[in-house]
Write a protein that binds this ligand. Structure first.
Ligand code: PGA
Length: 258
């Protein structure tokens, strides 16, 4: 079960970056330092599929979880180009991001397919990191909370308490992700995280209280500690700023309060 309060989370999705050699070099550098913060924070790295196994061999023994950036809902079958949860657990993945904004925008991901993927992940014991977040138009129109509520409600429909206790949420406003964007301000992020916590507790008062809610979108070394000091921000899901091992390690030290 993900543990929310005791230790903040720091994770990175590598997106479609890194060769095998670069991935292994990154993993070795991080593994060398990870025991130093393993008691303070929970960490994970999500490489592209072909890099999961070599990276997990190095990082898992150092206490850094390794996962995937997507997963199909079926365990096996005629789904050309897809990868299933049993295939991922077999190579050392323990978690998987689902419904990232880039998948929603570019690859037809919907709230319904997010739910199906999450169910597939849970069936194999993979922790789903369900990504939600509103586009700029919704924020400007004042409907951001309603938009995110719908994403979450559909994503978790039908999940029992035990499954709910095993998910994680990443709030990543679309307007804050990627090159040329700016992170949400701590009050903006905090307001949404508070709202998400209430939504989750409405759905299941017990499990909902423990689900880790991570913030993502242009997190960097300047914004990390202010974001992490907000009550309902349980961790950070980072792209660019953690694509170098040194960047990841600097953020890890910030998250560990060093
Ligand atoms: P970024 O990416 O930190 O590079 O903005 C975040 C994400 O896409 O999860």
């Amino acid at each position: 079960m993900p543990d929310r309060r005791s230790r903040p989370w720091l994770g990175t999705g590598w997106k479609m970056t890194k060769t095998r050699a670069q991935a292994i070099e990154y993993a070795k550098i991080v593994a060398g330092e990870a025991p130093g913060f393993a008691d303070e924070i929970n960490t994970f790295v999500l490489p592209a599929y072909p890099l999961i196994e070599p990276v997990a061999r190095i990082l898992s023994p150092a206490g850094v979880q390794v996962g995937a950036q997507n997963v199909h809902w079926a365990d096996e079958g005629a789904f050309t180009g897809e990868v299933s949860a049993p295939m991922l657990t077999e190579i050392g993945a323990t978690l998987v991001s689902i419904g990232h904004a880039e998948r929603r925008a570019m690859f037809g991901e919907t709230n319904e397919t997010v739910r199906e993927r999450a169910v597939g992940a849970l069936r194999s014991g993979l922790t789903p990191l369900i990504c939600v977040g509103e586009p700029a138009e919704q924020r400007d129109a004042g409907t951001a909370v309603a938009f995110v509520r719908r994403q979450i409600e559909i994503a978790v429909t039908g999940l029992g308490s035990e499954d709910l206790a095993s998910i994680m949420i990443a709030y990543e406003p679309v307007w804050a992700i990627g090159e040329g964007s700016q992170a949400a301000s701590p009050p903006q992020a905090s307001e949404m995280h508070d709202a998400i916590r209430l939504m989750l507790m409405d759905i299941d008062p017990v499990s909902g209280a423990g689900i880790p809610i991570l913030y993502g979108g242009s997190v960097d070394e300047q914004s990390a500690s202010k974001l992490l000091s907000q009550a309902e921000i349980d961790g950070l899901f980072v792209g660019r700023a953690a694509w170098s091992a040194d960047g990841f390690l600097r953020l890890a030290r910030i998250a560990a309060g060093e």
